[in-house]
Write a protein that binds this ligand. Structure first.
Ligand code: F3S
Length: 282
């Protein structure tokens, strides 16, 4: 069995940086908390828990703390959460990905100058909630062409459009075109992260030429699910797995070439394990 492993599989720069930050903090005396799971990967979160790191599920948990270090994950948080950590006298270690931080700064500045913020993204995603929290005025979140068509702007209103970093690039372009046709006064900033684009493009190219495709990643990770959708469009035999334990695959008997990619939250050791398993067993 021949295997093609995507070069862009696994941790992106921002996730790697955030995970390393938490591991570094485990060596200190303070109790360590992460605001939400540091990544969408149960194995990594469990390992960190075994090293004394506690996941705060949200604002309620944060309110109850009176000491310790809170690490902010790569997704970022709304401004009020940073302020709350500071006010409570907790130590804040901000591991927000610099590409997400850039969006916060754009949103803060543009909304401060009177532009209404439109975020192309998934309204329930923590990164989007974080971005919304840096706008001085309520931001709109648009996820579908239908929502973009329905969107209306007040006379004379100025807009600024940004994107969730992990949004699908082609879908972003489609939604941006809808906004451009409306003739609004709109500043558009493509804030999709290159890591996502590269991972998606490479996955598409590999899925085009293999007999079966394996996507490794957390079931709740939106970038993993998007990778799966992209691969599934090109290769019917596409499988989404979280770890090697899920790999009870019935790969097609005729499969001679198998592609492997992984979402941004998948550690290297899991990718290696799956790759070795497929090479040896199929
Ligand atoms: Fe950052 Fe891009 Fe990863 S925004 S967290 S490097 S997907």
């Amino acid at each position: 069995m021949e295997v093609i492993l995507a070069k862009s599989a696994g941790f992106c720069f921002g996730v790697k940086r955030a995970v390393e930050t938490v591991y570094e903090q485990t060596g200190t005396e303070n109790r360590i908390y992460t605001y939400g799971p540091i990544i969408h990967n149960e194995e990594v979160v469990k390992d960190l828990e075994s090293k004394g790191v506690t996941v705060l599920e949200g604002e309620e948990d944060l309110r109850k703390l009176d000491k310790g270090t809170v690490v902010i994950r790569s997704h970022g948080v709304p401004r009020e959460i940073c302020e709350m950590i500071e006010k409570k006298g907790l130590t804040c270690v901000d591991a927000t990905c610099p590409f997400v931080k850039r969006i916060h700064r754009i949103v803060e500045k543009e909304s401060g100058e009177g532009r209404r913020i439109i975020i192309i993204g998934n309204p329930g995603h923590p990164e989007v909630e974080g971005i919304m929290g840096w706008s001085h005025t309520p931001a709109a979140v648009i996820e579908s062409a239908e929502e973009a068509e329905k969107f209306t702007c007040l006379p004379g209103e100025k807009l600024c459009l940004v994107s969730q970093t992990t949004f699908n690039y082609n879908k972003f372009k489609e939604l941006v075109e809808i906004f451009q046709k409306k003739g609004y006064n709109i500043t558009i900033v493509n804030t999709i992260c290159n890591a996502t684009e590269e991972r998606q493009t490479e996955a598409r190219e590999i899925a085009d030429k293999v007999d079966a495709m394996i996507v490794i990643g957390g079931k709740h990770s939106s970038n993993t699910r998007k990778l799966y959708e992209i691969c599934r469009e090109r290769c019917k035999s596409t499988y989404l797995i979280q770890t090697l334990d899920d790999l009870h695959l019935e790969l097609p008997e005729t499969a001679a070439l198998v592609g492997i990619t992984a979402g941004a939250s998948t550690p290297n050791n899991i990718i290696e394990e799956v790759q070795n398993y497929v090479r040896i067993n199929f």
